[in-house]
Design a protein around this ligand. Structure first.
Ligand code: ME8
Length: 644
């Protein structure tokens, strides 16, 4: 770790459960953390950015069991889905921690030993309700009752399980006063502030000691003082924030690392997991005599069709699909600017398409294009700085400085979406300036002032390029290159933009392609309208030629050299067992398919794909959001049954 600079900044994302693949909701938190990290780099800070996966606990154990695989094999198969999406979305993290990492396990043990030494752990019985999907204990007053009298989790609205088992408890109740004092003294601890009030009233209502071990859950870190128990998954996962920066390791280098990076400057989380971070985590740290994180950024939900986007509601949008349709950076831009950080926001593809067209292609892309074309086509590739500015250009210069100041203020107050919007306000002003100055006339009538106008636009676009770099790094590097500048974090951009000297020379170059283009619409695909067009009817005899049979998938393996293909072994009853290749490895996990009945075209001529023979075709349907579903029968039926 780099220690030259004492202006350090440590940012984390939640450690995501690996029961499902990442979606736009999980991408959102990770993008915020990436922008925070990149922005702090621009500000000259030495940044450490942590993300990772939460792999232990009852929920993961159950998913693995249903998939018929060992928990460790299951989690190993899931981690690449996260790594791939983060890589695709240019998430520049420094460490990807897994709660199954050996170093992390040592760190958890060390933390618990400290709590034990302090007398904060005791053995008792937990009798009460538990939400497996959220891995949280729920009191009966918190739970909600459905019409059948079943208790549901207040967060995810799924059925709660009754637990009655021996457990080790952490004396959370003993930290009530210290926590309240901490919130009082650190009123900026949580963003947005209103959520701090929720936390305070929760703590004031009285804290119960927290069960931190599970006797019946075997998939977890062995509890240090009792090998019959495993560590409660939240005590395990939260500790990763300190294990990632050296806690739990004895040697001097790691102790120094830990002292350097800890406490975290910001934990980026969704509002669903605020209590764990704002109450349990500070209490654990207080008990271990460790400093507390400086800030929790608890953002709102991304909603689709009015509901939280979540795998369990089957309403998720696949980030890889979006990247394929619209490009990575326009999606980064849309999520970061048009989703409100403090409130829930609706995600709609229509708005995404509209904003790429209006904000990126029209407002910013066109302006750059027109400026470059006009200047270069008239022989002004090199634009020198202007000594003294006319009234209009001087006014634009002031606007540029103002824009940076409001952007800076927004970024430093965690209002990232507001800060980005402010830059777009400035881009609109810049467009208005361009039109009012009529540079296409000036280039013929007043070449000297033409250069001043172009210089002013270039200085303004330069500032935009730096400010928006954290959001769209590659596009903004390209923009700066068109102006003859190379983005380099060694520059003191903060000072430069604050001073706003407008003393730069620009060497203009057009890139081969426009910076942004109007996206092709995918709404039709989403609404299934495409299928309505051009129906070519077939006769019943044509249909009778196709043999459709029911079969059960008994094996599912990846195909070497292919990211998309699965090799399925299918039991088709009397027809026998067949090998079928299906291009759905990005859409399903083996556990989603193994043991399931599907529909197969069984009289297709066998063909070879990637050196493997496919002896049939499995049927799938794509939903509105581009997610695949496999076609099945409503109830189990004998394998081999032909559809009629
Ligand atoms: O809670 N909108 O993991 P998780 C916005 N393992 N953000 C969303 C979202 C949505 N629709 N859906 C998910 C866990 N998120 C624990 C964390 S940390 C020590 C352990 C984001 O996979 C949001 O940040 O359920 C939320 O808090 C997180 O994903 C939950 O991820």
């Amino acid at each position: 770790m780099n220690k030259k600079n004492n202006k350090k900044f440590y940012v984390t994302t939640p450690l995501y459960y690996v029961n499902a693949k990442p979606h736009v909701g999980t991408l959102y938190s990770t993008l915020i953390a990436d922008v925070v990290s990149r922005w702090n780099k621009i500000c000259g800070k030495d940044v450490f950015f942590l993300t990772g996966t939460d792999e232990h606990g009852q929920k993961i154990a159950e998913v693995a069991k249903n998939a018929g695989v060992k928990p460790k094999d299951f989690v190993d198969s899931m981690v690449p889905f996260f790594e791939n999406v983060w890589k695709k979305y240019e998430i520049e993290y420094d460490k990807f921690i897994r709660t199954t990492d050996a170093d992390h396990e040592k760190s958890v043990l060390m933390l618990l030993e400290k709590l034990e030494e302090n007398g904060d752990i005791y053995k008792s019985f937990y009798t009460g309700l538990y939400c497996i999907p959220c891995e949280r204990y729920v009191t009966s007053s918190e739970s909600i009752e459905d019409e059948k009298g079943k208790f549901l989790c207040p967060e995810c609205k799924r059925a709660l399980k009754e637990i009655d088992e021996e457990s080790y408890f952490f004396r959370l109740s003993a930290y009530e006063d210290r926590l309240l004092k901490f919130y009082e003294e650190n009123s900026d601890f949580i963003f947005p502030k209103e959520r701090l009030h929720e936390v305070i009233s929760f703590v004031k209502s009285g804290l119960r000691d927290l069960s931190i071990s599970r006797k019946k859950v075997k998939w977890g870190i062995t509890f240090p003082i009792d090998p019959n128990h495993t560590v409660y998954v939240w005590a395990d996962a939260l500790t990763s924030y300190i294990s990632a920066v050296g806690f739990g390791k004895k040697d001097k280098k790691f102790t120094e690392d830990f002292e350097y990076w800890w406490p975290a400057d910001i934990h980026v989380i969704g509002k669903d997991i605020l209590r764990f971070h704002a109450v349990y985590w500070p209490a654990f740290l207080m008990a271990a005599d460790l400093p507390l994180p400086k800030k929790l950024l608890s953002h709102g939900y991304i909603l689709t069709d009015g509901k939280k986007m979540s795998k369990s509601l089957a309403n998720v949008m696949d980030p890889l699909n979006l990247a394929k349709w619209y490009g990575v950076e326009p999606v980064r831009y849309f999520l970061l600017r048009h989703m409100s950080i403090s409130e829930d926001s609706h995600f709609s593809l229509e708005e995404l398409e509209n904003h790429i067209t209006s904000d990126l292609a029209n407002n910013l892309g066109n302006l750059l294009n027109r400026t470059l074309t006009l200047a270069i086509n008239n022989g002004f590739e090199k634009i020198e700085p202007i000594e003294s500015l006319e009234t209009d250009t001087a006014f634009l210069k002031e606007k540029c400085e103002e824009s940076f100041r409001s952007f800076w203020d927004g970024m430093n107050h965690n209002r990232y979406n507001v800060a980005i919007s402010d830059v777009w306000k400035f881009i609109s002003e810049l467009n208005a300036f361009f039109h009012s100055q009529e540079p296409w006339k000036l280039v013929k009538e007043n070449k000297e002032y033409f250069q001043e106008v172009i210089s002013s636009i270039c200085h303004s676009l330069y500032a935009v390029g730096i400010m928006i770099w954290p959001v769209m790094p590659k596009k903004m590097e390209e923009l700066l290159q068109c102006l003859g500048h190379k983005f380099d974090l060694k520059n003191d951009y903060e000072k430069e933009l604050r001073e706003n000297k407008w003393n730069k020379t620009f060497i203009l170059k057009k890139s081969k392609e426009s910076l942004f283009s109007r996206p092709e619409s995918h709404l039709k695909e989403l609404n299934g309208e495409e299928e309505k067009a051009d129906v070519k009817y077939i006769s019943i005899d044509d249909f009778a030629k196709v043999h459709l049979n029911v079969g059960t998938i008994i094996e599912c393996d990846s195909v070497e050299g292919s990211e998309k293909l699965y090799k399925l072994k299918v039991d088709l009853g009397k027809i026998g067992k067949r090998q079928v290749l299906a291009g759905v490895a990005k859409d399903f996990l083996p556990k989603d398919l193994i043991g399931k009945q599907g529909i197969y075209v069984t009289n297709l001529k066998p063909r070879k794909i990637m050196g493997q023979e496919s002896q049939g075709m499995m049927l799938f349907a794509k939903d509105k959001k581009g997610n695949m579903r496999f076609v099945t029968v409503s109830e189990k039926i004998e394998n081999g049954t032909r559809l009629s």
